[in-house]
Design a binder for this molecule. Structure first.
Ligand SMILES: [Ca+2]
Ligand SMILES: [Ca+2]
Length: 261
């Protein structure tokens, strides 16, 4: 007698005997011999695989970079993980830097990041590299990684967001200070948020962005540190992003800059 084994593909909440019996009758209806229509409950390994399949989606082979959200591939509004090894799309600012390059290591287990090391003596938050967007982007989440390899002489690892293509309308700025603190500046003046460690990647997130009310929540490494912060200046979207360091000998790594719709 030919023995046929089939696995009943049931959800994790449908493992009772009635479901198994129903599945067995179904297989018999397909012509599978009653004694051969053996059904087995999914074991833990099956359930793990199934959960993984539900979470996972393959978002490759697309012109626009995508991320996986609830098993659906969604376009980023903006994305750079520097894994392609170049700074294409970024424009160099007016500062003097010994390095504006993609280098190893990257954040979160990736290979590459962008490294900016300043040796100019101009005091500037915005003379590293930048991208201006044709029309302002209105993401619900903005996130990035930054790390500084040594204590800065002034400020390093600076990320600035502007609502226009110029540097006149500052929405928010995050940076590492010589004081040993990470600062956030927005509608409020620069306020310290966290004591940082050298050579440590930090993940920064502006979440729950509301562009009508111009509010957001600020997270560091997945922990909320400010809720209902207000963007500075005017504008209802991001027209430009700047990465840089403030003064000579300040340097930093940047990685995985994501704007999510
Ligand atoms: Ca990377
Ligand atoms: Ca690139």
């Amino acid at each position: 007698m030919q023995r046929e084994w089939r696995q009943l593909d049931v959800g994790t909440n449908m493992l009772d005997d009635a479901v198994l019996r129903s599945g067995q009758r179904h297989l018999q209806g397909e012509g599978v011999h009653a004694e051969s229509a053996r059904l087995r409950r999914p074991n833990q390994a099956d359930l793990q695989r199934r959960r993984f399949r539900l979470r996972r989606c393959s978002c490759r082979h697309r012109l626009l970079p995508q991320f996986c959200n609830a098993a659906t591939c969604v376009d980023y509004l903006f994305h750079d993980d520097f894994e392609d090894g170049d700074l294409l799309g970024w424009t160099s600012g007016a500062g003097t830097y010994t390095s504006r390059m993609v280098t190893v290591p990257g954040a979160a287990g990736t290979t590459n990041s962008a490294y900016l090391a300043k040796n100019g003596t101009s005091f500037s938050y915005t003379d590293g590299i930048y991208q201006a967007f044709g029309s302002p982007l209105a993401p619900t989440t903005i996130s990035w990684y930054a790390r500084i390899p040594s204590a800065p002489s002034e400020y390093a690892g600076i990320v600035s967001l502007f609502s226009s293509a110029s540097t006149t309308n500052l929405l928010a700025r995050v940076y590492f200070s010589y004081t040993g603190n990470i600062y956030l500046a927005d509608l409020n003046p620069a306020t310290l948020q966290k004591i940082y460690s050298i050579n440590t990647w930090y993940h920064f997130e502006f979440k729950n962005i509301n562009w009508v009310n111009r509010t957001f929540d600020f997270y560091i490494d997945g922990t909320p540190v400010r809720t209902t912060e207000y963007f500075g200046s005017t504008g209802n979207g991001v027209g430009r992003i700047d990465l840089g360091d403030y003064y000579s000998a300040d340097s930093a790594y940047f990685d995985q800059i994501d704007f999510l719709p």
